[in-house]
Design a protein around this ligand. Structure first.
Ligand code: FAD
Ligand code: FES
Length: 267
């Protein structure tokens, strides 16, 4: 319980305004929400008698937040199978620190993302595009195969405003786009001043690890790289200790960390 007298674990009902289907397994759920929220923060989706799961904010509107989910288990599968636009669900949040978008204004920025990890950086890219601070943004977005490419409308729009490399791990013969892991394209990024360049790297841990190797080879400082940690959570509010590493709680001190700090956190 917090001092305000409310039980912090109590989820709030939220109407599902829309469902946007990207692929068979990855859908965006648009939840009614009015309040402060930052890209990189997350909500706990709460389904009574089923469970809860943390999901990053992928879009922010005047009266909604978008949460983009991959159906992988108990809660996410239940959500995909049992809910439609107009239904009511429960949310807790927003939680976590999120990205400080002002940190990335104006300067050179590299963004490396894979799969649903586009979600937490989508708001950062949109902010930079809307404020015309995106001229030195180089983004590499990787997906498993052409059928798994998400946020296609955004990617098309961003391609006109930033230096975007869209790649897939593998593709059928005749595919006209780029093929290869995101790491393949890091050596090609045109960087003017690596000492001031910043980076955001979000995706599965191996993707982050190998991307960091390539970025450091380019001369990028680990202190100028931000990552988002998606380790398993329970309460989301710093009470249960589930996400604790050393003296840090990923749910409240993160999930966004500087890479230089995150690498010192040993499980
Ligand atoms: C801060 C944060 C943000 C996240 N944002 C998103 C998002 O935007 N979109 C999205 O689709 N998912 C996101 N996830 C992951 C998502 O929370 C898990 O996939 C979710 O717990 C699945 O719940 P479930 O009950 O459906 O699956 P479960 O039945 O709990 O698990 C299904 C499978 O996934 C594995 N798993 C579950 N959680 C994790 C995890 N955190 N790391 C590695 N393996 C895991 C389990 O071991 C199991 O194999 C995020 C996680 C965190 C911590
Ligand atoms: S999830 Fe409970 S302390 Fe972080």
């Amino acid at each position: 319980m917090c001092n305000c007298g409310k039980n912090e674990y109590t989820p709030v009902p939220s109407k599902l305004q829309d469902i946007i289907k990207h692929t068979a397994q990855e859908w965006t759920f648009r939840f009614t929400y009015v309040g402060d929220v930052k890209p990189g923060q997350f909500f706990q989706i709460s389904i009574p008698k089923v469970g809860e799961c943390p999901i990053s904010v992928s879009g922010i509107g005047p009266d909604y937040v978008d949460l983009t989910l991959r159906a992988v288990g108990k809660v996410t599968d239940y959500l995909f199978e049992n809910f439609k636009a107009g239904d009511s669900l429960f949310l807790r949040g927003p939680y976590g620190n999120g990205f400080d978008v002002h940190e990335f204004e104006g300067g050179e920025l590299i963004i490396v993302v894979g799969g649903t990890a586009v979600s937490p950086v989508r708001g950062v890219v949109q902010y930079l595009c809307e404020t015309e601070s995106a001229k030195d943004v180089h983004m590499i977005a990787g997906f498993k195969d052409p059928g798994e490419i998400m946020f296609k409308a955004d990617l098309k729009d961003w391609a006109e405003k930033i230096d975007l490399t869209l790649t897939v791990d593998g593709a059928p013969e005749g595919y006209g786009g780029k093929v290869g892991l995101v790491t393949k394209y890091i050596p090609d990024i045109p960087i003017r001043d690596i000492s001031k360049c910043k980076a955001i790297v979000v995706g599965p841990p191996p993707m982050i690890r190998f991307s960091m190797i390539e970025l450091v080879k380019r001369g990028l400082s680990e202190d100028n790289v931000w990552i988002s940690d998606s380790r398993r959570m329970s309460c989301g509010i710093g009470k249960c200790g589930h996400c604790r590493i050393n003296d840090k709680y990923v749910c409240i001190d993160g999930p966004v960390f500087k890479f230089s700090e995150h690498k010192t956190l040993i499980d």
